[in-house]
Design a protein around this ligand. Structure first.
Ligand code: NAI
Ligand SMILES: C[N+](C)(C)CC(=O)CC(=O)[O-]
Length: 318
């Protein structure tokens, strides 16, 4: 196996929204990228996507030697992966298609090379059923667009070798991503499980005439979304407890978990969950006081406002 930090050649199979985004990301990080997509006109579409992303990637800073010219569009899947040191699969979210494609990729890719799927939620255990060597198949779930959003969720299936999961996590990190590695297959992984809960509630509200689509979007972009770009939902709510932090927040608002705000079942806030959340927030704070976190959050929110064009010349929010 090539050490993850030494990988130079990456294959991207499926070059739509996400596969194309991965291509742009890997090119910007200085890799040679070979792509394959069976759709007519896919090569031109991919080059348009890379061209559109390149100015943003250039302004963020390209890796040494990075060039959009280091993209090769292969005529066949087999040619795309023949010399690959890592493969990212981003084909449509259909279980049978993923199963067949991963088996085909496994047959064509040099032994020992890790193959990752961009799936948004299929457990790898369900996708690796027909591959001859399922041990190198992992999930590497990105966020749209993969060339700007850092997170990748990495998890294996029951028949994946733990070494392949660890290798993939190190590879993504060396390719400039932020990685969460999961020991167990959680349906929807972590971020999509959270997004799905929000999404389900949003659809309930639209369907019931309780909120418009605009209300839903504004409720996030002008509200919690600004904080979430700086601090996750745990530390954000720890600050809702004032100087008492998460412990006071849970004492004060914990009972509202049982209120009918959500259509989802509330978890039992037992001592174990209570302690895990409080301790987790303390650990995440890493020695920063509540006042430090408030200052950090506020500064971050101001920068997000500026970055998203919502700050006037005088510095006030529009
Ligand atoms: N769109 C999104 O926001 C996100 C999507 N994903 C995941 O990424 C994967 C791709 O999704 P999108 O890019 O959104 O879909 P898409 O529809 O934009 O692109 C899929 C591409 O796969 C190609 N394709 C069709 N059959 C194929 C085959 N047999 N082998 C290889 N390629 C084939 C299509 O021609 C198309 O270009 C899915 O697994 C999806 O769940 C993950 C994160 C976010
Ligand atoms: C809509 N989606 C489920 C495909 C979204 C994702 O999987 C991740 C993202 O980009 O939000």
């Amino acid at each position: 196996m090539t050490p993850p930090e030494n990988v130079r050649r990456v294959a991207c199979v499926g070059a739509g929204v996400i596969g194309g985004g991965w291509v742009a990301h890997f090119l910007a990080r200085g890799y040679d990228v070979t792509a394959w997509d069976p759709a007519p006109g896919a090569a031109q579409k991919l080059r348009r996507l890379v061209d559109a992303a390149w100015p943003a990637l250039t302004s963020l800073g390209l890796a040494e030697g990075a060039s959009a010219d280091r993209l090769t569009v292969a005529a066949t899947l087999e040619q795309a992966v023949a010399d690959a040191e890592f493969v990212q699969e981003s084909a449509p979210e259909k279980l049978d298609l993923k199963r067949d494609l991963l088996a085909r990729l496994d047959a064509a890719t040099p032994p020992g090379v890790v193959i990752a799927s961009s799936t948004s939620g299929y457990p790898m255990t369900d996708m690796q059923t027909t591959a001859a060597d399922p041990s190198r198949l992992v999930v590497g779930h990105p966020f749209n667009p993969p060339y700007l959003i850092p997170l990748v969720e990495v998890v294996g299936g029951e028949r994946t070798d733990a070494a392949a999961v660890a290798w993939a996590a190190r590879f993504y990190e060396s390719a400039g991503k932020s990685v969460i590695t999961m020991d167990n297959e959680v349906p929807g992984f972590i971020a999509n499980r959270l997004q799905e809960a929000l999404w389900r509630e949003a659809l309930h509200m639209v369907a019931n005439g309780e909120a418009t689509v605009r209300d839903i979007d504004l409720s996030i972009t002008e509200g919690p979304g600004l904080r979430w770009a700086v601090m996750g939902p745990m530390l954000t709510f720890a600050l809702a407890g004032g100087e008492g932090g998460m412990a006071h927040m849970l004492d004060h608002f914990g009972p509202s978990l049982k209120s009918p705000w959500t259509r989802l079942e509330a978890p039992e806030l037992d001592t174990e969950l209570y302690d895990a959340v409080v301790t987790g927030c303390d650990e995440a704070a890493g020695g920063r006081t509540i006042a430090d976190l408030v200052a950090e959050r506020d500064q971050g929110v101001i920068e997000v406002l500026r970055a998203t064009g919502r700050l006037g010349r005088e510095g006030g929010a529009r």
